[in-house]
Design a protein around this ligand. Structure first.
Ligand SMILES: [Zn+2]
Ligand SMILES: [Zn+2]
Length: 321
């Protein structure tokens, strides 16, 4: 069976890999599409080390179940699924508290276990979410990044009609804009790249204005982008940080305390509620991720797909099967 794998930093090849064995609690998924995102680029560039090469990449995968393990009762061959690519252990204190994004034993697909840009992949049944057939593939491929956005929105506590600023209109910023608009929030967007900014506006986001806002979502991870965004927060406002960077921020406790701000870090999503909620949203058609998925590449051109991620506004995805 074929898979797209990193052979050396910056080099992707289609390689032969062994057919996966499925354990009793797993399903075998024939992969049909995989989206590419910033964390995949870190692996691609060699800045995020992986256990070995060739290393199969990709975590935003969807497909169809073709076989189920002997203990699986609630999944069947023929079902379309979206993969939740963070397999938390479901036994540690964080998992038992429902805070699975903090699970220290998390299996992270494409990072510490091989990724999804392969013809077939074994997935724990519980992390393969069935999705109705009417959801188009280029909406379904957006399930994972949309879940990241929806989890940030849930953790922020923002509601219909609230004012907010989204910093960065890379694919995560665009998914946030789409999810906010579906909620009845018209976000402002700050983004230096014209193509990305226009894409955000075409979804319905507004240009950044001068007035104070109740919420800021920082998606760029650029350290210099956060302090001016925080300046825009009204007293009592909330800043949700999704973009990550190891550099320190130029931010005083005076600002945070005097203006009584809330700073919330939002990492991925919590199992199973966030992903299940995204599937419902996609089935109802509340959000249309295909408007963010701007560039489709065939499986054989996986290397070109990775090459183009930084230049294409919106998300790049690979049609696998
Ligand atoms: Zn992702
Ligand atoms: Zn756990």
């Amino acid at each position: 069976m074929k898979a797209a794998a990193l052979v050396r930093p910056g080099e992707i090849e289609i390689v032969d890999v062994p057919e996966p064995d499925i354990r009793p609690d797993e399903v075998l998924v024939r992969i049909t599409g995989v989206g590419l995102c910033g964390s995949d680029l870190g692996v691609y560039a060699g800045t995020r080390p992986v256990p070995r090469t060739p290393w199969v990449l990709g975590h935003e995968g969807v497909g169809e179940i073709v076989a189920v393990g002997r203990d699986v009762r609630d999944r069947r061959p023929g079902q379309r699924v979206a993969v939740e690519p963070n397999y938390c252990c479901l036994r540690c204190p964080a998992c038992l508290a429902g805070f699975t994004s903090a699970c220290p034993n998390r299996v992270i697909v494409g990072m510490n276990t091989p990724g999804l840009i392969a013809e077939r992949v074994a997935v724990p049944a519980e992390f393969a979410f069935p999705v109705a057939d009417h959801v188009r593939i280029d909406d379904l491929v957006g399930a994972e990044p949309l879940t990241v956005a929806r989890a940030a929105i849930r953790r922020a506590g923002i509601g219909s009609g609230d004012s907010c600023l989204v910093v960065g209109a890379g694919s995560q910023g665009l998914f946030l804009c789409a999810a906010l608009l579906a909620l009845g929030v018209v976000p402002e967007v700050a983004e230096p790249h014209e193509g990305r900014r226009e894409l955000a506006h075409s979804l319905g986001a507004k240009p950044a204005g001068p007035d104070a806002v109740a919420f800021v979502f920082e998606t760029s991870g650029v350290p210099a982008a956060l302090p001016p965004a925080i300046e825009r927060l009204a007293p009592g406002g909330t800043a949700v940080l999704i973009g990550m960077n190891r550099q320190s921020l130029d931010l005083s406790s005076w600002t945070i305390v005097y203006r009584q701000l809330r700073i919330v870090g939002s990492l991925i999503y919590d199992h199973p509620g966030d992903f299940a909620g995204t599937v419902e949203v996609l089935e109802r058609g509340d959000v249309a991720p295909h408007r963010v998925l701007q560039a489709e590449f065939p499986f054989e051109k996986a290397a070109e797909a990775f090459e183009s991620v930084r230049s294409v506004p919106g998300k790049v995805w690979i049609r696998v099967g």
